[in-house]
Design a protein around this ligand. Structure first.
Ligand code: KG4
Ligand code: ZN
Length: 336
């Protein structure tokens, strides 16, 4: 079965072809980062309009790369939520129209489920059950994953998501958008111990997170003094230490609580080198193993949507089949 995946929930247009026997045949992503940079964040209307421009050329590219034609596609999966309503609508209408034209099933997919299952696309995938740490721009969650479609929430951020904290802190330090990778890069040159930042909820005894206080602590430093470039570097270093320490400690606690030994990391912050280092260290020490998606599949992409749709169809999911639009800008993963 050949599944076309369409991702358009935020500022990346992703299109991919996944074959249930042959694997990922092709995937292409167009990122709108340069366009939104001037505004310091994603402008939803501009995002929607750009998705419209990119979808057809990206589809043509993946078809050529995979050396298949539109008629070879057996089903289409698209991100129906969560995300920006206008942006989601572009992908949804594109997918539904193409599905109607080709007379094939169309399946709405949950964006986070896509992220969650993306490590299964790696060369050495985890096996069910496992614990997933989902760290994206909008979510920070720990989940027990028993099989495709069975996700139990163990803990989550009570305020800012980890990626959001990275982005907001980067902005405070005068870094461009997107802030996460920029802050991570700056932190590389930081000196340990120059600043003291809190480790929010490290010892809260549960698996929840809170990151907004950390951003406020950085704001206080920024307001208190004129920061030199080295100060900013050291502050970025300490911020990254604080976030990754809490994430690693809670991920370890989640494994202990569920008595599982595999941790799957998904979402944009999963690309963070320091986080990977820490997770490998603390979990490896306890005999556990950490699984990451391929680096290019950490941030938003169509491959995870095609893969997720394929798994859902294999598990017997029934597409709607009425040609209507199903977008859910707010869609808890527990409701998939
Ligand atoms: O999963 P994703 O591409 O989009 C969402 O669904 O949110 O994640 C984007 C988030 C952004 O907040 C971005 O700053 C963060 O992931 N991010 C990083 C890194 N790469 C991306 N944060 C820290 N370090 C990175 N290397
Ligand atoms: Zn995402």
């Amino acid at each position: 079965m050949l599944v076309l995946g369409i991702e358009s929930s935020c500022d990346e247009t992703g299109v991919a072809l996944f074959h249930t026997e042959r694997g990922l045949l092709a995937h292409a992503v167009y990122t709108q980062v340069a366009m939104h940079e001037a505004y310091g964040g994603v402008v939803p209307e501009l995002a929607s309009r750009d998705h419209i421009r990119r979808l057809v050329p990206l589809l043509e590219r993946v078809l050529a790369e995979a050396q298949v034609s539109k008629q070879d596609i057996d089903a289409i999966a698209y991100t129906a939520g969560p995300g920006l309503a206008g942006a989601l609508l572009v992908g949804a209408s594109f997918a539904e129209a193409l599905g109607l034209a080709l007379d094939i099933p169309v399946l709405p997919v949950h964006h986070l489920e896509g992220h969650l299952l993306s490590p299964l696309l790696a060369k050495t995938p985890p096996v069910f059950p496992f614990v997933a740490l989902l760290v994206s721009g909008g979510h920070t969650q720990l989940m027990r994953v028993s099989r495709v479609g069975a996700y139990e929430l163990l803990g989550e951020s009570l305020d800012d998501a980890a990626g959001e904290a990275f982005d907001k802190t980067a902005k405070l330090l005068g870094l461009g958008y997107p802030g996460g990778p920029a802050l991570a890069m700056l932190a590389e040159g930081g000196k340990p111990g120059r600043y003291k930042l809190p480790r929010p909820m490290l010892n809260s005894g549960d698996l929840d997170f809170s990151f907004s206080g950390l951003k406020t602590a950085v704001l206080t430093q920024v307001r208190n003094a004129e920061l030199s470039d080295q100060d900013k570097t050291d502050l970025a270093y300490e911020f990254q230490e604080a976030v990754t320490e809490v994430l690693a400690a809670k991920a370890l606690a989640a494994l202990a609580q569920t008595r599982l030994d595999q941790l799957v990391v998904a979402g944009g912050v999963g690309a963070n080198r320091r986080l990977r280092q820490r997770l490998d260290a603390v979990i490896g020490k306890r005999g556990g193993k950490v699984f990451y998606p391929e680096l290019e599949l950490c941030t938003d992409n169509g491959a995870m949507i095609a893969f997720c749709g394929a798994q859902r169809l294999l598990a017997g999911a029934k597409p709607k089949g009425d040609g209507g639009f199903a977008i859910r800008p707010r869609w808890p993963l527990s409701e998939v």
